[in-house]
Design a protein around this ligand. Structure first.
Ligand code: FEO
Length: 176
């Protein structure tokens, strides 16, 4: 069934929001590289890649339902973060905001009786639990270590191990 106009518009806004998320995390990755925190830079880079897979999942859905993808400008992001704690706190706040957007999309899908869209959105409802938890846990750790440079380098090492997995695909194949 062709997607309704209201749902199409709402999903197009979400494509933009997910690409904005990728942009936000890419800016954080760049800043961490400047700060010589290569492991945390890698973590944010992988996060940016994941956000693009979220955007593409919405994009594919709109086209599959014979909708039109509109691709307005992506807003610029901050790249002058003070330290990783400031970045992860902002990431956590951002993910909470995204969870709100996904919940509103679900409300729209239910109001429009678009069950296919609601089913697709269930994946994002689950994903947001993890998105928030990741940013919140790392923020907590960074608050805990305070000014310890040694502990920061250990966290940098730990976060360098993150592997990009496209969870929007059934196989979830790991990629370099
Ligand atoms: Fe696509 Fe981080 O939510």
């Amino acid at each position: 069934m062709k997607i309704g106009q209201k749902m199409e518009d709402a999903l197009n806004s979400q494509i933009n929001a997910e690409i904005y998320s990728a942009y936000l995390y890419l800016g954080m990755s760049a800043r961490c590289t400047e700060l010589n925190l290569k492991g945390i830079a890698h973590w944010f880079y992988v996060q940016a890649q994941e956000e693009m897979t979220h955007a593409m999942k919405f994009y594919r859905f709109v086209l599959e339902r014979s909708g039109r993808a509109k691709l307005p400008a992506i807003e610029g992001v901050r790249c002058d973060w003070k330290n990783p704690l400031e970045m992860f706190e902002a990431a956590y706040a951002h993910e909470q905001k995204v969870t709100g957007l996904i919940n509103t999309l679900m409300d729209t899908a239910n109001a429009e009786r678009d069950h296919a869209c609601a089913s697709m959105l269930n994946w994002f409802i689950d994903e947001q639990v993890e998105e928030e938890a990741n940013a919140s846990e790392i923020s907590d750790k960074l608050r805990l270590i305070g000014e310890s440079k040694e502990a920061l380098f250990m966290i940098d090492k730990e976060l360098s191990l993150r592997i990009f997995v496209d969870r929007t695909q059934p196989t979830g194949a790991a990629q370099p």
